[in-house]
Write a protein that binds this ligand. Structure first.
Ligand SMILES: Cc1cc2nc3c(=O)[nH]c(=O)nc-3n(C[C@H](O)[C@H](O)[C@H](O)COP(=O)(O)O)c2cc1C
Length: 195
């Protein structure tokens, strides 16, 4: 990268090289690394509401407890009877796809706008976590889907009414090589309003 300081080049490199690993090894990263990643999350920007996020670190047996709730709440009715148990078994292992899963919870707000902005802050905190994980030699995977909206899961995590689960960040060592990524040319995404 021409014309940038070494510091800027490192940051640009980290932003571009970060990738989500679908498969992670069972080996747990050190707790200190997870704490540094959580610390990085808390340096995200926010508006009005100071640090409008909370985190639940799901690990060890906690992953199985949530997996059991996932299995019990999955709607199997759209699947043939013969595979209902298989569908439930798959759900049971969902939180065990990584040694650590961080639930990122966005606080509610006094108004819909405040809630939106708190959610935006929690999303920024999530990206900080993904970048910090990458810097630690780990991979992060941001997931939402049914499990992030399932009332029984939210209750188990202590998500209060008005709060929103912004992300499950799966953290661990990548088990597979990252798939190369590409981005559209800036000209397709950017308009300069300069006159
Ligand atoms: C808000 C949000 C929710 C996501 N939820 C899921 C999900 O539930 N399952 C999934 O496979 N990918 C999900 N993703 C996408 C992945 O986290 C990942 O970012 C995407 O596959 C692109 O890969 P990359 O991070 O390597 O660029 C979600 C991304 C965002 C921003």
């Amino acid at each position: 990268m021409d014309g940038v300081t070494a510091y800027a080049a490192q940051i640009h490199q980290a932003i571009r090289a970060r990738r989500s690993a679908g498969k992670m090894r069972a080996e747990a990263p050190p707790r200190a690394a997870i704490e540094r990643i959580l610390e990085a999350a808390t340096w995200a920007p926010f508006h009005k509401c100071q640090e409008p996020w909370r985190f639940v670190v799901i690990c060890g047996e906690g992953r199985l407890r949530l997996g059991e709730i996932a299995a019990q709440t999955v709607d199997v009715s759209t699947f043939p009877q013969a595979i209902h148990e298989r569908v439930r078994a798959k759900e049971r292992t969902k939180f065990a796809r990584a040694p650590f899963v961080i639930a990122v919870i966005a606080e509610g707000g006094q108004s819909a706008i405040d809630s939106d902005e708190n959610y935006a802050s929690a999303a920024a905190a999530t990206q900080n976590m993904l970048l910090a994980a990458h810097a630690e030699g780990l991979s992060g995977y941001w997931r939402t889907g049914r499990l992030a909206r399932q009332p029984e899961i939210l209750a188990a995590l202590g998500v209060a009414p008005g709060e929103r689960l912004a992300a499950f960040v799966y953290l661990g060592y990548a088990a597979t090589e990252p798939v190369a990524a590409a981005r559209a040319p800036l000209s397709q995404k950017v308009r300069w309003l300069d006159a």
